[in-house]
Design a protein around this ligand. Sequence first.
Ligand SMILES: [Fe+2]
Length: 468
Amino acid sequence: MDLSAFPYLQGNYAPIDEERDFDESQLRVEGEIPDQLVGAYMRDGANVAFQPNYYVYPLDGDGMVHAVYFNNGHVHYKNRWVETSHLKTERKFGRTLYGSVGKLLEVPQEVIDAGGEPNPVRNTANTNVLYHGGKLVAMWEGGFPYLLNNDLSTVGLYDYEGALQPGDALTAHPKVCPDTGQLISCTQRWDSPNYWVQIFDAHAKHLKTIPVSFERKGIIHDLQITENYVVIFYAPAFHSLERAMKGEDPFMWEPELGTKIIVIPRDGNSDNMVFETDAFFSWHFCNGFERDGKIIIDYVWINSIPFTQAQGTGVEKQPRRMHRMTLDPSTMSVNDEEFSDVFCEFSRVDERRMGKDYRYGFAASSNRDWGDAHGYNCTGRFDFKTGETTLWEYGPEANAGEPVYVPNPESELEEDGWVMCFVYTPDEGAFLSIINAGDFASGPVAKVHIPGRVPNGFHANWMNGLTL
Ligand SMILES: [Fe+2]
């Protein structure tokens, strides 16, 4: 493959071409693996299998899941492509057949005639991987998720036993309520501007749909839950499938419209609240909760839409900051404050405190210019009690991925868990970093070194109790 035309396929963004299995004899463990851990750290990401025609980070590329399994102090690593119908069709023809979300291509007639995947919009299954209700799924936000087996082999498209209708696009950012075990998710559709909150029970059975109407289809990537609400940001960032089909830039940013914050009652029984403020964009929430009648939302703020169809324009270098927003339903006021001036993204929290008051957020962070490596070289801890931000730096040229909080099964304290992420540095290669959440300044208590590379990717989760 010649990837030189694609800024986001350089360095550790470049794909790997192998599916691998490494047992303990092939992995080098540095430090002490916490022996209480039984489960798996899994991370999804884009890993093109064939020379792409177009590539717009962070949207394109075939999904590949990387997993480190833990069982009583023992570890095992595995990586597998998600065997989507698009990837299988391309394998059959030995070349790229589909375009980018930013530039769709007509599917060749010979592909359709041969029974290949006819949908020009590639199901990338590259954005997130989640274990809920006994189902392991690889997700993106433009279609159905793919169901996986524990060993990362692909079962196939998953419609939640008929709950998803043809054309429904399930978010890659559902939240699990720690009190009910419910999965709070949503669907959008390519053919409608509207939005539907979808709630599943602890066993992944569909419970309820709450529709939300919009006049235009916005780019709504994440959602946040609080005790009583689902909160989404409706930024003036729009995508047009028609423009994409015509080869025009499908992404639109209209800041004069401002950003709306939609607060949707989780019971679906009362009206939504719509707060309005100056335009901003956000990929990711950190957490949200209610206190004294107000709704507090922590999230990564971005000043405008962070991508275009144009390759390497640098717009993605714009600042990203942890913010705390306070919504007051009694006055409909929005108070938004920068929490930290650290460049960060991929914000996470102890999931036992999802939707609840909490102390620590974690995010991939950078203590240098964004630079040519386009990387986060630190893991950051954001202490909402003291206001402090603590960074652990892996090296100036490191790339550190989304940090996932893994609870200590023997403790309820946030400080007693671990924070895991994949890291790549030119000196050390690839490793899974494990930092004690309560002792961030000491850095990793263990590193699981993985031969070869683990390319930069998107979202990760801890799959509690999942083993090979
Ligand atoms: Fe995301």
